[in-house]
Design a protein around this ligand. Structure first.
Ligand code: ATP
Length: 298
């Protein structure tokens, strides 16, 4: 399945784009607001509910129904409507599963998930797809031209917007060197593009759309240092206008994150910023020293 993605054009006029993003968050949050009194559970961010993009409230989940041990247990957290939230944890901790639930691929066995204050189960898949962008590590389906892949979920995008998305995703030079530029065909599964290029194409597609929430499954080593630092700046700007949730494998992402959620064995073990967690959480310190490149004290 090609993941539908949505985002905000930072460089097409910060003010207007900011307003558009706020409107989209309001679109999600505005309609029937439920009582937020019970919403301040463990891990919940303070503030009115319309400032929260995603809320997990005591979520349990098992892929095989309620009979097998849960993959997620009693998971509660809140993702603010703007800013960067990183999810970290050892392999198998349940990070991708959190994304699968937000995307509506599966429903919790127990507990509730809300998007903009509304129960996920009350939203249609089309509504979810319109508000949630998803950049996966591995792009499973991709064929047709680069342009077709880019405009998948925003067919009205014009040439200038496509160029801008490619530039922001650090792909413009790569595409310019292809025989037919943006009209070059890519093979099944993105054949002809490197892993890093496929991921950047996926990010460019996200940039063409305008999500309230961007889910980013960060690749471990697909980007070179220059592209990584440029993309980091793009995400930093985007995070002013929408919620970015990244399954983080890079030190730069966790250092930049406004909030980090540490998952372990399907439970939220801790939340905080990089520096808070370095001081308070042994597992995080270990992850920082191994997964994130060995400079945990930066
Ligand atoms: P990684 O960092 O290795 O990607 P993760 O933290 O994202 O791991 P998940 O992919 O969410 O972890 O997996 C959590 C648990 O759920 C693992 O034990 C995994 O084997 C199991 N799991 C994941 N997907 C499925 C599935 N489709 N059916 C059954 N079990 C699954």
């Amino acid at each position: 399945m090609v993941s539908p993605l949505v985002v905000v054009f930072v460089s097409f006029g910060q003010f207007q784009q900011g307003r558009a993003a706020v409107q989209r968050v309001d679109e999600l949050a505005g309609i029937p607001q439920e009582d937020s009194g019970a919403a301040q559970g463990a891990g919940a961010a303070p503030g009115p509910e319309h400032d929260v993009a995603i809320r997990f409230r005591d979520v349990y989940f098992s892929y095989d129904g309620a009979h097998s041990p849960p993959v997620l247990s009693a998971v509660s957290f809140a993702v603010p409507a703007r800013g960067l939230t990183a999810i970290v944890g050892p392999s198998g901790a349940g990070k991708s599963t959190v994304f699968h639930l937000v995307e509506g691929f599966y429903q919790p066995t127990r507990g509730h998930i809300q998007l903009g204050g509304q129960d996920l189960e009350a939203l249609t898949l089309d509504t979810l797809r319109a508000h949630i962008g998803y950049v996966q590590q591995d792009i499973t389906t991709m064929r047709g031209t680069i342009r077709e892949n880019l405009v998948y979920a925003r067919p009205e995008a014009d040439g200038r917007q496509i160029e801008e998305a490619l530039r922001m995703a650090q792909l413009r030079e790569v595409v310019a060197k292809l025989p037919e530029g943006v009209d070059t065909r890519v093979g099944e599964m993105g054949a002809g593009l490197s892993g890093g290029e496929r991921q950047r194409l996926s990010i460019a597609r996200a940039l063409l759309q305008r999500p309230s929430v961007l889910l980013l499954d960060e690749a471990t080593s697909q980007l070179d240092a220059k592209s990584e630092s440029a993309l980091r700046r793009v995400l930093h700007d985007l995070a002013r206008e929408c919620a970015i949730v990244a399954i983080a494998h890079r030190l730069s992402t966790v250092v930049d994150a406004d909030q980090i959620i540490v998952l372990s064995h399907g439970r939220v073990q801790a939340t905080g910023t990089h520096h808070e967690l370095l001081g308070s959480d042994t597992l995080y310190r270990e992850l920082a020293g191994t997964q994130f490149g060995g400079h945990p004290n930066r």
